[in-house]
Design a protein around this ligand. Sequence first.
Ligand SMILES: *[C@@H]1O[C@H](CO)[C@@H](O)[C@H](O)[C@H]1NC(C)=O
Length: 316
Amino acid sequence: MGSTTAAVNAAIIIGAVLLFSSLHIDAGASLTDVDNCGKSHHKCPPAPPHSERTCKHGKCNTECKRGWLDCDRKKANGCEVNVETDVKNCGSCDNVCPVPLSNHGSGEATCTNGVCGYTLTCEKDHADCDADPSNGCEIDLVGELYSTIENCGSCGNVCPASTNETAFAICDAGKCSLLCKFFGGFLGVLDCDNDMSNFCETNGRTDVNNCGGCGNVCLPPPAGQGELACNDGVCTGNCVKGRYEDCDGVASNGCEAELMWDTDNCGSCGLVCPSAPNATPICDYRGCRISCNDGYSDCDGVASNGCEIHGVCPNA
Ligand SMILES: *[C@@H]1O[C@H](CO)[C@@H](O)[C@H](O)[C@H]1NC(C)=O
């Protein structure tokens, strides 16, 4: 008996609590319940696409679902834009994600979770090292010897500076390397042993066996005509200046012109002593003269009219 009474009492208590709470809910629902909104207990109408009904302060309204926005401000089509993924409205209306520049590559703008990004596929040996879509694949990883030194073969691969004064650091076809330094128009120092561990060990300006280039051996001049030398990378230093000259430019005959006595190269290459009447031109100690033929004399001392007198000079 006692237990039955207890159960009835419990049921009464539970019923009272339920009644009280339902009354309480009903009282609040008129302000926020979309199915029973406001004083007139209005059932809010269906929401347009990608939006949901709201009841606030007893008034029906709609609100975009998370990730969607009503960019065209037309109620009927609801919140038509997915701002999580739309590259023209990324994160917010009219936020257009930039398309990467087609510069040695191509790609597209992306919008992920409302944040702009891009995809970019670069051509071989080009890269987008600065992660800036506006200049596309701006780096040529194997391009010019010096310009790619900061991004040699891959982004951010900086070639270490040379530790020796004879060589520069370069990026050669995407690999860090060293290049012998220039002096004037040619490589003044050379890597003739093809071993850069000792850098550019050969001085191409003065080495007679590597004069102006590896293996470029200066030919020794004929005896007495000069000395074997390489000057500024040219084998012309082997002629004794002012005495012998390589006037024909043929290396094998060395310094073939003897400027003291050569009537075709008298004093300098190509200076030909002129012929004159009754005379033979000669080159005498780097100067042109004439030598009278037998029986003739040059009495006026003028070379151009040759030996103008037949016989001896009158006043001789
Ligand atoms: C640089 O390399 C050259 C050629 O091998 C060498 O003669 C020279 O001593 C080196 N200089 C330094 C500072 O190591």
